[in-house]
Design a protein around this ligand. Structure first.
Ligand SMILES: C[S@@+](CC[C@H](N)C(=O)[O-])C[C@H]1O[C@@H](n2cnc3c(N)ncnc32)[C@H](O)[C@@H]1O
Length: 293
């Protein structure tokens, strides 16, 4: 075989493999850094690529979420892997929603776009730069947690879902999604089959797990945390009391000018624009912050 032929054959193998690793599966087999790096890279084009239409978002997402929150006074909602703020935006634009919403993501540039789109909603929305595998909130805080088009991108789906059940109040609702179709088949071990996801949710203590058709390439996944309080403990708490310190887990944060400070361990978390920087603060120049890795 001539060297040119060898290079040609290697190229024929490498190009589809690279395409699968970076495009089809969006870096999920290469680790969290690659996934998040790709989302940061495409943040400015994300909404256009997805083709979000406000009317469809209200019809096919907003109404379902508002229905699940019926009867809850001033609900507190957490959107895990919020991206450019799709779910917070649909709720905040809806006059029937009188609660507050937090959006959490590890791709900072996605959050920058989210924050830009929701300016004007004041402290009804908060953005957290943090990984989903550790949700820095008190137990039982939220009435509803959403996690849309994201489960298959997590390194450890079980850890994220365990955190979600912890921060939901008894009787609180999870709305997640399950990837379907051809791309799901190309993500073995990541895009879970219905029985596998149901088993995982039930093992973590969720009940009333239901799969419902949503989009061409995603099903809705509804589940409930057993028990039943009327609202989450977070609904009435001011921001710093709801959050935990990422370094020492203490619920001892105070809000100072453009930062949160932990009175228990001294860790500081800058508030940059409208984004609370837990991840960056935990990883740059503060080696002692462990961020529960
Ligand atoms: C397909 S987007 C979905 C965004 C949004 N939920 C939506 O429906 O438009 C997946 C999101 O998951 C985020 N993500 C991936 N791994 C993450 C992790 N470990 N922690 C937090 N966010 C993560 C990415 O940064 C990205 O914004």
């Amino acid at each position: 075989m001539t060297p040119l032929l060898v290079v040609g054959v290697l190229g024929l193998i490498a190009v589809p493999v690279l395409w699968w690793l970076l495009v089809t599966t969006e870096g999920v087999y290469l680790g969290r850094r690659v996934v998040v790096g790709l989302y940061d890279l495409y943040a400015a084009r994300y909404d256009k690529i997805k083709g979000f239409d406000p009317r469809n978002e209200l019809l096919y997402l907003g109404l379902a979420v508002l229905g699940a929150l019926r009867g809850v006074k001033a609900p507190l909602v957490l959107d895990v892997a919020t991206g450019t703020g799709r779910l917070p935006l649909v709720l905040l634009n809806e006059p029937f929603f009188n609660g507050r919403v937090w959006g959490l993501d590890l791709a900072r540039r996605m959050l920058v776009h989210a924050a830009r789109k929701t300016r004007g909603h004041g402290d009804r929305v908060r953005w957290l730069w943090q990984r989903a595998e550790y949700l820095p909130f008190e137990d039982g805080s939220f009435d509803l947690v959403t996690c849309l088009e994201a489960l298959e991108f997590f390194e450890d789906q079980r850890a994220v879902l365990a955190e979600i059940v912890r921060v939901l109040r008894p009787g609180g609702i999870l709305l997640a999604t399950r990837r379907l179709g051809r791309d799901a088949k190309l993500m073995p071990g990541k895009a879970l089959r219905e029985d596998a996801l149901r088993g995982l949710l039930e093992a973590l203590g969720f009940e009333a797990v239901e799969f419902k058709p949503w989009q061409m390439d995603y099903d809705y996944v509804w589940a409930r945390k057993p028990g039943g309080s009327i609202t989450g403990r977070g609904n009435t708490l001011p921001l710093p009391e709801l959050l935990r310190c990422v370094r020492c887990s203490a619920a001892a944060l105070v809000e100072e000018e453009k930062r949160l400070r932990c009175t228990a361990c001294g860790a500081q978390y800058p508030i940059e624009g409208d984004i609370i920087n837990l991840h960056g603060a935990a990883n740059h120049g503060k080696g002692e912050i462990v961020n529960h890795e």
